[in-house]
Design a protein around this ligand. Structure first.
Ligand code: ADP
Ligand code: ZN
Ligand code: ZN
Length: 731
């Protein structure tokens, strides 16, 4: 391609882990910021995003290279979105390319055209068609398709499998067409919600709705409502006028909170296009959904963390459900917090934002106390729904059967006999968290981590939950040859096995990451719980999130002791959130429920506080402790992590960094480390870290910038992999 005599300059960002931007020559007229161009980089051709048109470059004019091609006529990201990403680059001190490209779906990163492409959509052939009443799933599929064509992926997340669609296609009721659904302008029909579809709000709900609706412009609200208090109903009602005004609404949910139930509640209320954005979608589906946000053809977007970075044509409100959930923080690469960026985005667009939770994060409670958020409280459940009774069961001196005390088993039996469901939680999957030789004491340890293998009896394998390494179960002890290999400790598989022996007449389902890997299997299990196929539900915290099972009257946490002695200062906050969430599974409908906690420490202040006084009370005293210790949210942290296959390389690097950094730090910035990570060796890598803490964000950021500049000069930095985590949620 020939470049005219006086080409212009383009400043672009490339998806590379370098903390800088790049300049190229480009023929006039220059593509505007937010467009992609292809450029030569090293000996490759890469997709780059245009950021600006600089007057001149630091690079010598003779060394500037011309771009390859302009890929977009229209910018992919609007000016406001580019500004948000620029701000995020500064705030998280991360390589700009990785920040900007995080906002683009994979296909666009690869240079694909920003256009809808023949995704096969399922269409209804006959609007009147029906199927027999027994074919419930097929009926559901037809009902969904009556509202418009959907992709197989969109149907899947609404609980309709490929097999159901094939069955309907065979009956010639639906067909798959490689074309786009007609883009209707939903604004005309935005919200024809019949008034009698909506429940009458409780006083607390009505107050929350009216306060949010009367707010103009940027206004953050913290909606603290116990489980079942009707937060979702509040979301639905505050969205209504926003949609009626033709504006879009973004609803962020935690990773595993996106279920057919969630989507259908929005769908039942509003006859507008709804898109989902989550990790289970394929690249094409993601791009289509992304495009429909950007061009405004979708009205409501329900998505996980990364949906926040999606461009919107007319965003009018942001809602973050379960705002305390840690899945909103990305844990690798560009480590942003979707909640924090969402607040920034709302401020930038001057729109309201609502953070909802039964157990708000300490950060948000602190912000509410400081007047930054307006606090709205739902303390009651509407109608006849009751709040569960809490019971602490002392495990001391008690003969346990697979982690279940006789008292607990008796409670389980009582509820089952009444035709109710029981739910048992244990946050450890597998059969046993360690495998031990009974004769010589040998322990099956992962070679690559400071961790024991978990014994998965079902698959007869040893599995390291930290590096994912797996191996077959050894037939005998590799150390002494004994065949007496026994599991120690308790996992969900073991609980399942014990209960199926004790209660053979009841259906038992275990829900953890091991048996929900297959696409759609999680939905299937949930379905089986709801239609009464199972009476005993065993699971990890996967089961705790957001699912509503009206027949569950007993929930039990089998082992609450671990969290009481964890080293991370956030462990108690996390435990309290999980406990309240688990407790929220009981007594949601009209049946009264009971929450049982098995512990060796029934007198522990934290447990007493939670069981008798509730989360708010606990949070209040825990926040005072944080304040006394000057821990977040009363201070700010940044964490440098480093790892390498040789421990001394990591130590040398961090020690050199500290040596040069310390003399230049103001006394108000605390520098802790280098310390080994909680698990020093993981997947063959030795891991160390350096924590910076300050009560002033600006000083902390300055210290981080200084450290980054020093790292650039350290030769030892090139022998390790390191990263910077601003506002880390895991230490
Ligand atoms: P949360 O999101 O706070 O856990 P939900 O919004 O799921 O609570 O509400 C719990 C149940 O109560 C749902 O079945 C919902 O339809 C119902 N509900 C919510 N608000 C009301 C109300 N004002 N009157 C009657 N039922 C309500
Ligand atoms: Zn042995
Ligand atoms: Zn391992």
């Amino acid at each position: 391609m020939s470049i005219p005599a006086q080409p212009g300059l383009l400043r672009v960002t490339l998806p590379v882990p370098l903390r800088r931007e790049f300049d190229y020559l480009c023929p006039l007229p220059l593509p505007v910021p937010g467009c992609r161009v292809s450029v030569p980089f090293g000996n490759r051709v890469m997709t780059a995003l245009v950021l600006s048109h600089p007057e001149d470059s630091d690079i010598d004019a003779t060394r500037l290279k011309p771009i390859g091609a302009i890929l977009d006529k229209e910018p992919l990201l609007a000016e406001a979105e580019l500004r948000l990403l620029a701000w995020a680059t500064q705030y998280y001190l991360h390589a700009p390319g990785e920040v900007y490209f995080q906002a683009l779906p994979t296909l666009l990163r690869k240079g694909e055209a920003a256009a809808y492409r023949s995704t096969p959509y399922w269409h209804l052939l006959d609007a009147e068609a029906g199927v027999s009443a027994q074919a419930i799933k097929q009926q559901q599929a037809l009902t969904l398709l009556r509202q418009g064509p959907l992709t197989a992926g969109e149907l899947e997340i609404r609980g309709i499998s490929g097999a159901i669609l094939q069955a309907l296609a065979k009956k010639q009721l639906i067909e798959k067409k490689d074309q786009l659904p007609e883009t209707v302008d939903w604004r005309a029909t935005a919200t024809e919600v019949a008034d009698d579809d909506k429940p009458r709000l409780t006083t607390e709900q009505a107050l929350a709705v009216s306060l949010i609706q009367s707010a103009r412009g940027f206004n953050p609200f913290l909606l603290e409502g116990i489980t079942g208090s009707g937060k979702t109903e509040v979301y639905l009602q505050i969205m209504e006028p926003v949609l009626q005004a033709g504006k879009q609404v973004l609803v962020l949910v935690p990773e595993i909170g996106l279920t057919p139930q969630t989507i259908s509640r929005f769908q039942q209320r509003f006859k507008v296009p709804i898109s989902t954005l989550h990790s289970g979608m394929n690249e094409r589906e993601r791009l289509d959904a992304w495009l429909s946000c950007r061009d405004g053809s979708t009205a409501i977007v329900i998505g996980t963390r990364s949906a926040l970075l999606t461009p919107f044509a007319r965003l009018g409100m942001v809602i973050i459900d379960e705002e305390h959930d840690t899945s909103f923080k990305q844990q690798d690469g560009f480590r942003y917090h979707a909640r924090d960026l969402a607040l920034l985005r709302a401020r930038q667009l001057d729109i309201p934002i609502v953070l909802g939770s039964a157990t708000p994060s300490f950060e948000s409670l602190h912000n509410a106390a400081g007047g930054k958020y307006q606090l709205l409280t739902l303390s009651q459940r509407p109608g006849t729904a009751t709040v569960a009774e809490h019971v602490l069961l002392d495990s001391k001196h008690v003969q346990m059967n697979a982690g279940l005390s006789p008292q607990l088993l008796q409670l389980v039996e009582q509820e089952l006999a009444k035709g109710n469901q029981v739910m048992l939680f244990l946050n450890r999957r597998g059969y046993a968290p360690a495998l031990l030789c009974h004769d010589c004491g040998w322990l099956a340890d992962c070679e690559r981590c400071d961790a024991h293998y978990t014994w998965h009896r079902h698959s007869s394998r040893l599995h390291c939950h930290h590096c994912d390494h797996q191996r077959p179960l050894p037939p005998s002890c590799p150390s002494c040859g004994s065949r007496q290999l026994v599991g120690t400790g308790l996992g969900t598989e073991q609980v399942e096995q014990a209960l199926s022996g004790l209660f053979p007449q009841y259906g038992i389902i275990r829900i953890d990451r091991d048996n929900t890997r297959r696409k759609g299997s999680f939905q299937q299990h949930l379905e089986g719980i709801r239609n009464g196929k199972y009476q005993i539900l065993i699971g990890t915290q996967m089961l705790a999130k957001g699912h509503h099972f009206p027949d569950v009257t007993l929930v039990a946490m089998l082992d609450a002791d671990g969290a009481l002695f964890a080293s991370d200062f956030r462990a108690t906050e996390r435990f309290a959130q999980l406990y309240i969430q688990v407790a929220g599974r009981a007594g949601r409908a009209s049946k009264p429920g009971r929450v049982v906690l098995q512990t060796h420490q029934p007198e522990h202040a934290l447990l007493q506080d939670l069981a008798n006084q509730g989360y708010r009370h606990f949070a209040h005293s825990a926040l005072q402790e944080r304040q006394a210790a000057a821990l977040p949210p009363f201070s700010f942290q940044a964490l440098f992590r480093a790892q390498a296959t040789q421990a001394d390389q990591v130590q040398t690097f961090l020690q050199q960094l500290v040596q040069q950094l310390l003399p230049n730090l103001p006394s108000s910035v605390l520098c802790l480390g280098p310390l080994s990570a909680q698990m020093e060796r993981k997947a063959g890598q030795y891991r160390y870290q350096l924590l910076l803490q300050a009560s002033n964000r600006r000083e902390l950021a300055a210290a981080c910038r200084l450290a980054l500049a020093l790292i650039d000069t350290l030769a030892s930095a090139r022998k390790v992999r390191w990263s910077l985590d601003i506002d880390p949620v895991e230490l």
